[in-house]
Write a protein that binds this ligand. Sequence first.
Ligand SMILES: Nc1ncnc2c1ncn2[C@@H]1O[C@H](COP(=O)(O)OP(=O)(O)OP(=O)(O)O)[C@@H](O)[C@H]1O
Ligand SMILES: [Mg+2]
Length: 424
Amino acid sequence: MDPTAHPPVDRTFSFGPFNLVPARQLLLRDGTPVRLGSRALSILTALVERPGELVSRDELMAAAWPKLFVHESNLKVNMANLRRSLGDTQREPTYVATVIGRGYRFVAPVEIGAPANSQKSAEPGGANLSRLPAPREIVGRDEEIARIVAELRKRQHVTVVGAGGIGKTTVAIAAAQALEAEYPDGACFVDLSTFDDPTLLPSALAAALGIRGSADDMLTAVIDHLGQRQMLVLLDNCEHVLPAAAIFARRFAASVGRSRLLATSRQPLGTFAERIIRMDPLKVPDAVDGLTIEEAMRFPAMGLFARRAAEWAGYELVQSDCAAVAQICRSLDGIPLAIELAAANMVDRTAAQLGAMLDQHLGFQNRLVTRHSWPPSTGVTSCCRRTKLSFFASFRCSHRGSIRSKLPPLPNQLTLVQWTSRYA
Ligand SMILES: Nc1ncnc2c1ncn2[C@@H]1O[C@H](COP(=O)(O)OP(=O)(O)OP(=O)(O)O)[C@@H](O)[C@H]1O
Ligand SMILES: [Mg+2]
């Protein structure tokens, strides 16, 4: 198809089961949104705009980080994330091929067309409902997911509470997916991390539910809409706009309809109807010496590190690395986000080097936070944790930009460029 047949703003790129709608920052797989950061979406767009052509690393970095200088490792991590979301992780690439030392090439056929009907209109909830993101492989967490499912069958509002990066969104999506079929009007996903102004919450809800109308009393329109339906609403990242989320939750609970609310937040919403489920970190081995691979894999933190390091860095966990990897996971307190970021850094390091780097630069081993003291709220442990997350969030900027901006400022915090150029 002639790539100029549709103006750029209207273009949809179709390849395999995927539809990419750049103007809406949306990637759909079989009509269901795929969770992907904005940088990775920009990289994908730059690639599919020129299928079959070599797109240089500089061009991709300019597309994803316009007017910013970032280290090339950011591109690598985003590319790995993109491939994972496309399921393109096998040796022979289906979509994105690496041209060593030069850049990348999109190798699948691409159809360019007018915006596809991005939602499945025959499904419950209608054409404009914001659907749950596609399922992702989850390591462990069966118990947490089962608890959320059980609580939501009994109560109107459940909030998954925990520290940043601990896996709240991941388990909430999995629980909502498990429950979706029980709701005739479907499940609706509302990501609140995309804005900071609490007054926008009613409009965000209305947009996610596909409600049109005047902005005068959008909240009432949303409550009425949900009251007439049996729908599951997943309100993700409430901590951004906590008071507004609490107002909505209160009105939602007072409406006593058959819809249900599942929220994720770093702090509880604090309403009467709220049932809080607190998330612990992933389990890590207590002792690292003499750990076998089989024993190690029983700990979800180790399993997550091994999977991500295999996907992103081609690393295979071997017996002689078990103790070092276990120490890394312990040092990172079993926080999935930190573990993923560490795994991404195995591209050009051994496990022992990564462990030594963490220990040397941040003194992790000496300030380990135990699971039982989680989540730390004050003092050294909290500061230590912020330091860790700041450190990793620096790398993570490429991976999921928002978290860095959510962290409190730290003394002597280095910038993304400084960190990545020094360590990545
Ligand atoms: N059990 C798990 N298995 C596999 N990956 C996981 C798991 N838990 C978390 N992750 C990964 O760790 C990262 C952080 O998880 P997630 O976004 O769910 O955390 P969060 O608590 O919602 O963070 P935030 O407070 O920033 O919203 C994600 O990339 C996610 O895919
Ligand atoms: Mg989240």
